[in-house]
Design a binder for this molecule. Structure first.
Ligand SMILES: [Cu+2]
Length: 337
């Protein structure tokens, strides 16, 4: 792990001494796209289309209280978790896997505006301390965005604005097999119309590139179950090194902060599990991501891209008691024409 990150760091640092890029920013190189976990990172030239598919899998295991490990029985005592009147950690979460299939398309209506559309299919599985399993799956919130080119310079740098909204197409009524409602983390959407603004900066030199994106999610109302997911702030910084004309390696640092839930779903039993408590939702997390992008320059697959990224937390602090994030894998395919 340490050796691997040093390899990526040295790739990128070595590269930063190479010459600056002469012309405009271009997507026609492997690192012309950001690490695959970054959304809305690049724009297209007028008339260009792109379709993409990403598979993301997130693994969580073990409980943390703020930023320290806590045993299920200590958590039950500390937060007064009860089953049938007795302190019991039985319904506290043990592990969770969240799989996401993400389908996207992009189209540039002009050189100034690129439109983007994204729909996810989620598949969640959670195991409780008593080994009971809970599952939910279905489509998430439909996201539409416009990327607006703010400025482009000769030296391979550019900056754009991301103006996105998401519609509440994902279910917030997912239930257990016994018909009772599932906790907040197992629901598929926010239940609200959300605003997703961001600003993205990109820079390219001969053999390396870097970028930064600052954005967030602002919820605009209460959902019809009586709560609002926390607003979110996200900042990402990445660098990539061209290894060959088709392959690049990247390093990314990502910080995000999501607030706790406002309001509550009154159908959830707050005594039974922290998963049912609005103040035990949301977290601050910093992750390190290592990635590879592959760009097919010619032949039958010209224009296709494949990418993979692995992310692991450097630091995380949850609100209340929650599962600890272990790792995130994102695999992607993109095709532009
Ligand atoms: Cu694109």
């Amino acid at each position: 792990m340490k050796k691997l990150s040093l390899f990526f760091v040295s790739l990128i640092i070595n590269a930063s001494v190479s010459n600056a890029h002469e012309g405009h920013w271009t997507a026609a190189r492997p690192d012309g796209h950001a690490p695959i976990s970054v959304m809305g990172d690049h724009m297209h030239a007028m008339g260009e289309w792109m379709v993409s598919y990403r598979f993301m899998t997130m693994d969580m295991e073990g409980l943390i209280d703020g930023s320290s490990d806590i045993s299920p029985s200590d958590a039950a005592t500390k937060y007064d978790i009860k089953m049938m009147g007795m302190t019991s950690p039985m319904m506290l979460p043990k592990t969770m896997t969240m799989d996401m299939h993400m389908f996207g398309s992009m189209y540039a209506i002009s050189d100034k505006w690129t439109l983007m559309c994204m729909l996810n299919y989620l598949d969640n599985e959670m195991t409780m301390q008593n080994n009971a399993k809970m599952e939910s799956d279905g489509i998430g919130d439909l996201k539409l965005a416009g990327l607006y080119d703010l400025a482009r310079w000769d030296s391979g740098r550019r900056i754009h604005l991301n103006i996105g909204i998401s519609a509440p197409t994902g279910s917030i009524d997912e239930k257990k097999s016994d018909g009772s409602i599932l906790g907040y983390g197992m629901q598929l959407g926010s239940g609200t119309w959300d605003f997703h603004p961001a600003i993205t900066y990109l820079a390219q030199a001969e053999n390396y590139s870097y970028g930064a994106q600052l954005g967030g999610i602002i919820r605009t109302s209460d959902n019809d179950r009586g709560y609002t997911l926390g607003d979110r702030l996200e900042a990402a910084l990445w660098g990539a090194r061209k290894v060959t004309d088709s392959l690049s390696a990247s390093l990314k640092i990502d910080y995000s902060s999501q607030e706790a839930i406002d309001g509550e779903d009154s159908a959830l039993n707050k005594m039974m599990s922290t998963s049912n408590r609005p103040d035990h939702q949301g977290r601050d997390i910093t992750t390190l991501g290592l990635g590879l992008n592959y760009y097919f320059q010619d032949g039958g697959l010209k224009g296709h891209r494949l990418a993979a990224e692995w992310e692991t937390p450097l630091n995380q602090k949850v609100n209340g008691v929650q599962l600890e994030l272990d790792s995130i894998w994102t695999l992607g395919w993109q095709y532009a024409w």
